[in-house]
Design a protein around this ligand. Structure first.
Ligand code: PLP
Length: 426
């Protein structure tokens, strides 16, 4: 479905356009394999001479329909679903970096991504330098090396809720001849489309708002098709020189704007196999059909909760980029004028113990290791995801010991606020 449709229409209809007599609803192709008439037909698929399905570890029609919908929403040329957001981030980097390479990354990112990039990828010989997203262009540029292959950041970081200056990051990346990769999980393409601001590749944990109902872990990578790999061929041999595992085929020559996603599918999915299950992508598609309805409600409720908290004298501080006076208010207005996301963070006077007592007193909001769900949920990183860290280490990681991450759902805002109020009084 072409890009002339508006996001609401794409949410409902993109990716699956049934022909005469075909199911109106995207079917689950619950099949590992796909049938061919001759051995020669199948051989052509293995040589990438023809496109087609043969084994779900690489590609599946249900997944491809959903990836196409997300690509349309982001305004990209192609997308690929992965089994998790972690897999999407790993593949996005590993598709263009190999042992001996380096990339630069905003330090304001999800803890799991921080660990993947800083610890696990290091074991594969790929190094990262973390930079403050608020540093000057000169300071961030200073982190680049001759072997740097990408710049990475999160549109709104989890859980520190810092807003990325996408245009600044794109300028820096392009001045060094590398793509900007943006994790757009929190705003979703309903609130921000990073390609419109210069990003080249977008990644998602679809586990969050896209699924929206906490049913399925998943991820997605979308390519804008805009980055000119051949103009920097020396940096990207994996895309611009022959692939021995496909009889010397060169991705940029054979697939043009589809080179990056084709390589990720044909090479990384083939070898590493972190494909999303068709059942999960079916559920993800149901979530996407209402993404445009849910996101404004998340934002409206989060704004109401943030305003309530900021006026309550039991609350020490509130962090939400929709509040005038927030450090990122102007950037959020520029990149996300219709709303950012439903996640806010705050601290209570009295610190860590009071935070724990408050959370235990909540009735409507549930304590879960999850965020960006239709149901309001809450987490205390210092007690949960980051509990092994001392207070000093927490501050170094950008997580205040008293930080409560509150993911505002799509229930009635008055009910959410009433729950907070009774817990504050408890
Ligand atoms: N990116 C962001 C911004 C996240 O918040 C998360 C998880 O919370 C991930 C990536 C990882 O996604 P997943 O949990 O689907 O592997």
């Amino acid at each position: 479905m072409a890009k002339q449709f508006k996001p609401e229409t794409l949410c409902v209809q993109a990716g699956w356009t049934p022909k005469k007599g075909e199911p109106r609803v995207l079917p689950i192709y619950q099949s590992t394999t796909f049938k061919y008439e001759t051995s020669e037909q199948m051989a052509r698929l293995f040589d990438l001479e023809e496109s087609g399905y043969f084994y779900t570890r690489l590609q599946n029609p249900t997944n491809d329909a959903v990836a196409a919908k997300i690509a349309a929403l982001e305004g990209g040329v192609a997308g690929m679903l992965t089994s998790s957001g972690q897999a999407a981030n790993f593949y996005a980097i590993f598709n263009i970096c190999q042992a001996g390479d380096h990339f630069v990354c905003s330090s304001a990112i999800y803890g799991g991504t921080f660990n993947l990039f800083g610890v696990t990828m290091k074991k594969l010989g790929i190094e990262v330098t973390f930079v403050s997203p608020d540093a000057s262009e000169e300071e961030i540029s200073a982190a680049f090396r001759p072997n740097t292959k990408a710049l990475f950041g999160e549109t709104i970081s989890n859980p520190s809720l810092e807003v990325l200056d996408i245009e600044k990051f794109a300028r820096i990346a392009h001045s060094h001849g590398v793509p900007l990769i943006v994790d757009n999980t929190f705003p979703t393409p309903i609130n921000c489309r990073p390609f419109e601001w210069g990003a080249d590749i977008v990644v998602h944990s679809t586990t969050k708002y896209m699924d929206g109902h906490a049913t399925s872990v998943g991820g997605c990578i979308v390519d804008s098709g805009k980055f000119d790999w051949d103009a920097h061929a020396d940096k990207f041999p994996g895309l611009c020189t022959p692939d021995e595992s496909y009889h010397g085929l060169t991705y940029t020559k054979a697939f043009g704007k589809m080179a990056y996603i084709t390589k990720a599918t044909a090479q990384l999915m083939r070898d590493l196999g972190s494909i999303q299950s068709p059942q999960n992508s079916f559920l993800l598609n149901l979530g996407l059909e209402t993404l445009h309805l849910r996101m404004p409600q998340h934002c409206k409720n989060a704004q109401a909760v943030a305003e309530y908290l900021s006026k309550n004298d039991k609350v020490a501080w509130v962090n939400y980029c929709g509040l005038p006076g927030n450090k990122y208010y102007e950037l959020a207005q520029k990149y996300m004028p219709n709303g950012s996301c439903g996640v806010i963070s705050f601290g209570l006077k009295g610190g860590r113990e009071i935070s724990i007592k408050f959370m235990d007193s909540l009735k409507l909001a549930a304590i879960v290791t999850h965020v960006a769900d239709a149901r309001t949920c809450v987490l205390h990183p210092a007690s949960h995801t980051h509990r092994q860290l001392s207070d000093e280490q927490l501050l170094e990681a950008g997580v205040r010991p008293d930080l409560i991450r509150f993911s505002v759902g799509i229930e009635n805002a008055d009910d959410i606020i009433a729950d907070i109020e009774q817990a504050l009084n408890a």
